[in-house]
Design a protein. Structure first.
Length: 179
């Protein structure tokens, strides 16, 4: 079963996603953040403290589908936090490629990710970037659009989609169809 947890910055996405994984289960936390500065290192440490100590953490900034494929059978839940940081990592890693090529590769990796989920309990956390102002730079608009397309693909494949605002979750898709 695939679940998507989407919302803005500091909307409570990670906390809610963690609540979907019962404490007694074997959970793998797939972390995509890179500690490239002190502020991000502090964020990563805060996230570590906020999750149960018995969870297994796999830090992977790029190869999400491969990690899910490799470990889906080893756990009850796989929590990917977050797709937006993965996308940022991916775009940086491939910054010399044309935008169309990056888009095609991103959507291919997202498709591989949803397929890799198979019968596993995969929860994906992502940011909703399309509700704010139109970004000033072409690069930022490109990133916002790419995130939107990736989110649409995950949501289309997901069984459950939750949207968080101010720490309050709203179910916007459930098994059997949209609400």
């Amino acid at each position: 079963m695939l679940s998507l947890v989407i919302g803005g910055a500091r909307s409570g996405k990670s906390r809610f996603a963690q609540s979907l994984c019962p404490d007694s289960t074997r959970t793998i936390y797939l972390a995509t953040a890179r500690a490239e500065d002190a502020e991000m290192a502090a964020r990563i440490e805060r996230h570590r403290r906020d999750r149960p100590a018995h969870w297994i953490t796999i830090e992977e900034p790029l190869s999400l589908a491969a990690v899910v494929q490799r470990h889906a059978a080893d756990c009850d839940f796989l929590l990917l936090d977050c797709l937006t940081l993965w996308l940022s990592n991916y775009c940086w890693e491939h910054r010399d490629l044309p935008a169309d090529t990056i888009r095609d590769r991103v959507l291919c990796e997202v498709s591989r990710l949803t397929t890799a989920a198979g019968s596993a309990q995969l929860i994906v956390v992502t940011n909703e970037l399309g509700c704010g102002l139109v970004p000033e730079s072409a690069l930022a608009r490109e990133f916002r659009d790419l995130q939107g397309w990736a989110n649409q693909e995950i949501a289309r494949a997901a069984d459950w989609v939750y949207h968080l605002v101010a720490g309050i979750p709203t179910t916007i898709k459930r098994p059997g169809g949209d609400l």
